[in-house]
Ligand binder design. Structure first.
Ligand SMILES: O=P(O)(O)O[C@@H]1C[C@H](O)[C@@H](CO)O1
Ligand SMILES: Nc1nc2[nH]cnc2c(=O)[nH]1
Length: 337
């Protein structure tokens, strides 16, 4: 059965896919799931929130590329308290999110809200100084939309960083956990950044997620950590993202531990899914900013100021670590060309 789909665009106007039969003022869940992606360069709305079409992402790229000469292959997302990394770039072109067409705005303390292009140790990168979280009220597809911008800007690699609570009892505050895998708990509940119409220009309808975290880059990062004598501060583990903004109950933490989670946060997983969907290679790490206790007698509580402060305390070490990983990835990229 062919259907005409009426969807409202960003200006509240209707548009349709021109297919014929059913006319309805409201978007139809099943129709949209089966339709071609809407072709428009202003955001339209579906049951899954704003739809950032390929054309919108290209418009964002156009806006950025008209204003910077940097052509990055590596995109970096700075987690809470980790934005300092972007301050180490040279020859910088910086774009506040509010100036970029169709970009969301960062509302969390510890996230500056800028897209920064520049050189990290002579390597061209683009860097999100601040990310978008589900708890800010943005759907997962909107939280992850900048990853597609990175891809369309030419990035083949994504480095995602985050602040997280440590569940593995062998971890300590200040450790850096290289993410070897994730558990997509929000996905279990039917929430994914890839929900809604799929545009094959980004990637396939059903992307695999095995080896989501590139094993070769994990190896590179472990070698960098060794070279930096990080033996007692580097870990490798499984990350999960919960919706937040509240931290977890003791019972939830016990459950996550049983699942095999080593660190829990409120980001990254949907960004990684989006990056893998468009075939980017991914490296991610968590800064353990607090320990998650699974004992009711323990009265330690997570708090955001502490999370930001640990990020600030560890910023130099993390900047050195990321700079070296970026340098190695770039050497690898050059070898392949
Ligand atoms: O943006 P990330 O995932 O680094 O930040 C985590 C999650 C919340 O935004 C914040 C909680 O304190 O830290
Ligand atoms: N969900 C979650 N996110 C965090 N971000 C930093 N610490 C934590 C934590 O303990 N739990």
């Amino acid at each position: 059965m062919s259907c005409e789909i009426i969807v409202k665009n960003g200006n509240g106007e209707n548009y349709s896919n021109g297919n014929g039969k059913i006319k309805d003022d409201k978007p139809n869940f099943f129709n949209e799931m089966n339709s071609s992606p809407p072709r428009t360069s202003s955001p339209c709305f579906s049951y899954f929130g704003e739809n950032f079409t390929f054309e919108i992402i290209e418009d964002i790229k156009k806006y950025l590329f008209e204003r910077t000469k940097i052509r990055p292959k590596i995109g970096i997302i700075c987690g809470t308290g980790l934005g300092h990394l972007a301050e180490n770039l040279t020859n910088v072109d910086s774009f506040p999110y509010e100036d970029i067409p169709n970009f969301p705005i960062s509302t969390v303390s510890g996230h500056a809200g800028k897209m920064v292009f520049g050189y990290l140790n002579n390597v061209e990168v683009m860097c999100m100084q601040g990310r978008f979280h589900y708890y800010e009220g943005y759907p997962l597809s909107k939280c992850s939309m900048p990853v597609r911008v990175m891809k369309i800007c030419g990035c083949t690699h994504l480095i995602a960083t985050n602040a997280a609570g440590g569940l593995n009892p062998s971890y300590k505050v200040g450790d850096i956990m290289i993410v070897k895998d994730h558990i997509n708990i929000m996905g279990f509940a039917g929430n994914s950044p890839l929900q809604g119409p799929n545009d094959p220009r980004f990637g396939p309808r059903f992307p695999p997620m095995d080896r989501a975290y590139d094993p070769h880059i994990v190896k590179i990062a472990k070698e960098v950590a060794k070279e930096m004598n990080m033996g007692n501060e580097i870990q490798t583990g499984v990350y999960t993202c919960v919706g937040g903004p509240n931290y977890e109950t003791v019972a939830e933490l016990k459950m996550l531990k049983l699942f095999g989670v080593d660190a829990v946060g409120m980001s990254t997983v949907h960004e990684v899914i989006t990056a893998r969907h468009c075939d980017m290679k991914v490296f991610a790490f968590s800064l353990i900013t607090n320990m998650c206790y699974t004992d009711y007698d323990d009265n330690e509580e997570a708090n955001h100021d502490e999370v930001v402060n640990i990020g600030l305390k560890r910023q130099d070490r993390i900047t050195e670590f990321v700079t070296k990983v970026v340098t190695e990835i770039n050497l690898d990229l050059n070898k392949k060309h």
